[in-house]
Ligand binder design. Sequence first.
Ligand SMILES: Cc1ncc(COP(=O)(O)O)c(C=O)c1O
Length: 332
Amino acid sequence: MDNARFGVCDNVLAAIGQTPMVRLHRIGDGTHQFFGKVEFFNPGGSVKDRIALAIIEDFEKKGQLKPGGTIVEATSGNTGVGLGLVALLKGYKCVFVMPEKISEEKRAVLRAYGARVVMTPTGLEPDDPNSHYSVAARIVKETPGAVLANQYHNPANPLVHYRSTGPEIWKQMQGEIDVFVGGMGTGGTLSGVGRYLKEQAKAAGREVKNVCADPYGSILFDLFYHKEVRDPAHSYLVEGIGEDMLPENVHFDVLDDFVRVDDKESFAATRELAQKEGLLCGPSCGAALAAAVKYSKTLKKPSKIVVMLPDGGRSYLSKAFNDEWLKANKLI
Ligand SMILES: Cc1ncc(COP(=O)(O)O)c(C=O)c1O
């Protein structure tokens, strides 16, 4: 757990992880203490740098990725940036497939790392032959020496959070954490961090609650509480969290509660993070914060609540921080 950032990094990959935990002084009514794990400090700008490095090194270890090989992924942008960054430094090619709703800024970043970007229509069923999942799988089949990063189902994803993000959080909080809140896209972050925190808390004779912030329109809430989909999936504007299928990296056994959040409260909390705390973060951070504040109102005693903040706000300047766009989408 030495922090490479304070010496000379051999290359930028050594600067992945060891992100700050920041106290959020102006969030809530003062009953509870809120903290943010600020992942935009990673070199690619998001939490996904961690899984990109872990997934690629896992393929290398297993001999499945050879020099000059290609990494393919169905990604909403951040995982692509992480994979693009790692691939660039290790000499691999990248192809990324994503739905059209993803912001142009995110696509431009991927191209800047030399990756190929393939767009698919938004809102298709995962098994539709034109969904971003199906198209990515087809490209792997047709490209010699290609691997699918497969962030939704690859166990290297939650494992790196269990081995790095979780221990960082536990250490930064000196074991004093009552609630951990984050969104689930692949599920990797919450499943890996959540499992580590549960184990450490149990060994320390205390309890930690892992809470998922789930957008209205995602089916995860229903699957967790009812084991069936009651509200069919529909689209929403927060990017990166909530699902229309159940990824293998969503480990319900380490979760305690789900809190639903709508676009309006998620975008409002995103702006609050920037304006009150100086943290220019993405909308999934706002969703996690909105869920954390809602959840805190159900707590009986003053608690320490850590909120996962997966990425920065610069990729969303034309959306979350643009009044015209917010008005057009009835968010303000
Ligand atoms: C912006 C953003 N926030 C949150 C997440 C969710 O993280 P995880 O995939 O580990 O559940 C993602 C993942 O796609 C993301 O891109």
